[in-house]
Design a protein around this ligand. Structure first.
Ligand code: AMP
Length: 115
């Protein structure tokens, strides 16, 4: 755990947040500033700063996070209408919180363009 990482603090239960899923490896909670009616964040419990820091051995973790996102999309009722998974990596990739996270966005028609 990184003491000054807000997502590590959520994992540790030190910051209030609506945790909607957790297992040994990941937790998911609602984004505090939602960009769509459904906006969830799926994060590893372990502090991994960003996608670029994911080792080959940890690739399975990303697969697990995508699998959880798919399950949560079903639970939130957006698996049929559609949704978007986004990972921002680094400053120019739009990453603000330096703890790997997957955005799950849906519940409205999202923009056809990225960027
Ligand atoms: P990114 O720009 O990809 O780093 O996204 C970081 C996301 O974390 C943003 O969408 C923020 O709204 C969200 N966020 C920041 N702090 C919190 C928090 N305490 N609880 C839930 N979401 C948060």
């Amino acid at each position: 755990m990184e003491m000054d990482c807000i997502f590590c603090q959520i994992v540790a239960g030190e910051l209030s947040g609506e945790i909607i899923y957790q297992d040994e490896e990941v937790i998911a909670f609602r984004d505090i500033n939602p960009q769509a009616p459904i906006h969830l964040l799926i994060i590893p419990k372990r502090h991994i700063p960003s996608l670029i820091h994911l080792s080959e051995a940890e690739a399975q973790l990303m697969g697990h996070m995508v699998n959880i996102a798919n399950q949560l999309a079903k639970r939130e009722g957006i698996s049929e209408s559609g949704y978007r998974l986004v990972v921002n990596c680094g400053k120019e990739g739009g990453q603000v919180v330096p703890h790997l996270h997957l955005h799950l966005l849906g519940g409205r028609k999202l923009s056809d363009t990225l960027g």
